[in-house]
Design a protein around this ligand. Structure first.
Ligand SMILES: *Cc1c(COP(=O)(O)O)cnc(C)c1O
Length: 461
C-alpha cells in the first residue's frame, strides 16, 4: 500500500509542477467545452478499480482544457487569488496527514497551528488580540459564524436563549446594510434564520458607502429593535470602505452589533500605505475575511473573528461524552460551524511564515499598483475609458465603441487574460480585480497589449 501512495503522489507532483511551470503559455480561459468535459469525465462507475497513478493521470488528461487559469497572474474576473508555494505545500501535507481538525485531541498540531495563525491574523488585520476566531471554508461561512454569535448576544440581552428555543417567537432581529452589500451576507442571514425580510437595504453614497445620517435615521426609526449593522471593507466594484470611525459609534449608541465584511478589503490593514482605510474597524463586534483571496492560500479558507468570545462560543460549542476535551487546549469545534473538518490552519500558517509582515504588505501593495496600472492602461486605449480608478485592487473600465460583453469575450478567448463584466450604475463595464501574488508589471503590460489588440482589430465584432 505505501507503494501505491508514492506512485500517485509522484504523478500528482509531476502534473502539478507541469501545470504551474506552463501557466505563462497556457490560455487563461478554459478551452474545453462542457460537452467535451462531460464526454471525458462522466464515465460509468466501473465494477473494478484502477491503479492509483492511472487514476491521477487520467484525471489530468480528462480535465485538460477545463481548468480555469486563476492560479496564474492574468486572471482578473473575480477576487480569487492563487496559492503561495508554502501554502500549497502545506495544503498537500494537510491532505496527506489527513487530520480531523475538529478538536485538539484528534490533531494536536493542527489545533496549535490555528492558535498561532489566529493570533497573527488578528495582529495583521487590526483586530483586538482578545477576539475569538474560527478558520472556516470562506467568507460566506465566516458571515454565518459571526451572525450566529450576533444572534446569540442580541437575543440573550432580551432574555431569549436562541440556542435552546430557536427563533420562533423570538424578538425579530433587524439587519441594516448598504444596498451594495455582498450576496454572501444575504445567504448567511438566510442560513441563520434571519431571512431576507429582516434586512433593511439603505442607499449608499457615490462611493458605495453608507452615509452616517442614513444609518442614524434607520436606527432611530426603531431604536429598541435588536439590530445587526453590516459594514464593508472593500466593496466588490469600487473597493470602497465604509467610514468605520463615523458609523460604528452611531451603531453603538443604539446597542447594535456591528459586523464587517472584509473578504478582501480587511487585508488593506496589513499595508502601511492603505491601512488608514480601516480606521475605526477595530471598534466592530465581528469581522469576516478570506485566506483564499488576498493571502493566496488554496481553497477553502476563510476566517471569522468575534470580539465577544462568550457569544461566539455559546453559538457554536457542543459536548459529547465520546469526545476528548483538554481544558488547556483550543478545540476548534467550540468556534466553528463544522464538526469533522480539514486542517485548514496549516496553509494559512505556511503562507504567513513565507511572507512575513512585509511580504503580506508587498503582495497587497503590488496588487493595488497593478490594478491601477491595468485600469489606467486599458482605460486609455482608443475606445475605452476609466469608469472607476482603483483606490485599492478593484477598478472598472468602460468601452465606448464596441459592446463591452463582446470585447471582454474576445479578450478572454485570446487566452491572454480573463476578465469579468458587471452592470454598474446601469452601465455594462469590465471589472478588474487583482489579488494574485503572481501578478506583476510584466503581466500588466502583456494584458494591456492583448486588450489593445482586440480593440484595434475589432476582433470582437
Ligand atoms: C468573495 C467575497 C465574499 C464571499 O467569500 P467566499 O470566500 O467566496 O465565501 C464576501 N464578501 C466579499 C466582499 C467578497 O469579495
Amino acid at each position: 500500500m505505501p507503494f501505491d501512495n508514492a506512485a500517485a503522489l509522484d504523478r500528482a507532483l509531476f502534473h502539478a509542477r507541469e501545470y504551474l511551470l506552463h501557466l505563462d503559455t497556457t490560455p487563461v480561459a478554459p478551452t474545453a467545452s462542457l460537452e467535451c468535459l462531460r464526454k471525458r469525465l462522466v464515465k460509468p462507475l466501473a465494477q473494478g478499480g484502477l491503479p492509483a497513478e492511472q487514476v491521477i493521470d487520467e484525471l489530468v488528461a480528462d480535465s485538460a482544457g477545463g481548468i480555469m487559469g486563476c492560479a496564474g497572474g492574468r486572471f482578473f474576473a473575480w477576487v480569487v487569488g492563487g496559492a503561495l508555494p508554502a501554502a500549497l505545500g502545506a495544503d498537500w501535507l494537510a491532505a496527506a496527514w489527513d487530520q480531523n481538525a475538529g478538536i485538539h485531541a484528534s490533531g494536536p498540531a493542527a489545533a496549535v497551528v490555528e492558535e498561532a495563525a489566529g493570533a497573527w491574523l488578528k495582529d495583521l488585520l487590526n483586530i483586538s488580540s482578545e477576539a475569538s476566531f474560527a478558520f472556516v471554508t470562506g467568507c460566506n461561512m465566516a458571515h454565518v459564524t459571526c451572525l450566529a454569535a450576533a444572534r446569540h448576544r442580541l437575543l440573550a440581552d432580551r432574555g431569549w436563549d436562541v440556542e435552546e428555543r430557536g427563533l420562533c417567537g423570538a424578538p425579530p432581529i433587524r439587519i441594516v446594510t448598504g444596498n451594495s452589500r455582498h450576496g454572501s451576507f444575504v445567504r448567511a442571514a438566510r442560513l441563520v434564520g434571519l431571512g431576507k425580510g429582516s434586512m433593511v437595504n439603505l442607499s449608499v453614497d457615490e462611493e458605495e458607502r453608507l452615509r452616517p445620517e442614513t444609518l442614524e435615521a434607520e436606527l432611530a426609526r426603531n431604536a429598541s429593535a435588536p439590530t445587526i449593522v453590516l459594514l464593508q471593507a472593500g466593496e466588490l466594484c469600487t473597493g470602497a470602505f465604509d467610514a468605520f470611525a463615523d458609523l460604528i459609534p452611531i451603531a453603538r449608541r443604539y446597542g447594535a452589533w456591528v459586523h464587517i465584511d472584509g473578504a478582501f478589503g480587511l487585508w488593506a490593514a496589513a499595508s502601511p500605505r492603505f491601512r488608514d482605510y480601516l480606521n475605526g474597524s477595530e471598534l466592530a463586534d465581528s469581522w469576516a475575511t478570506d485566506g483564499h483571496k488576498w493571502l493566496n492560500v488554496p481553497y477553502d479558507c476563510g476566517y471569522a473573528f468575534v470580539k465577544d468570545r462568550a457569544s461566539h462560543q455559546a453559538a457554536m460549542s457542543h459536548r459529547e461524552s465520546y469526545l476528548i476535551h483538554d481544558a488547556e487546549a483550543r478545540d476548534q469545534m467550540d468556534w466553528n460551524p463544522e464538526w469533522s473538518r480539514r486542517a485548514r490552519g496549516f496553509p494559512t500558517y505556511a503562507a504567513l511564515r513565507q511572507l512575513g509582515r512585509s511580504g503580506v504588505a508587498e503582495v497587497v501593495e503590488r496588487c493595488c499598483d497593478c490594478a491601477r496600472a491595468l485600469v489606467l492602461g486599458i482605460g486609455s486605449l482608443p475606445g475605452a475609458e476609466v469608469v472607476w480608478e482603483p483606490r485599492i485592487n478593484q477598478g472598472l473600465v468602460g468601452f465606448t465603441d464596441q459592446d463591452p460583453n463582446a470585447v471582454i469575450a474576445a479578450v478572454n478567448a485570446s487566452g491572454e487574460a480573463y476578465f469579468g463584466a458587471t452592470t454598474w450604475r446601469g452601465r455594462r463595464v469590465m471589472r478588474v480585480s487583482v489579488s494574485n501574488w503572481m501578478t506583476g508589471e510584466a503581466e500588466v503590460a502583456r494584458v494591456i497589449g492583448a486588450v489593445r489588440e482586440v480593440l484595434l482589430t475589432g476582433r470582437s465584432i
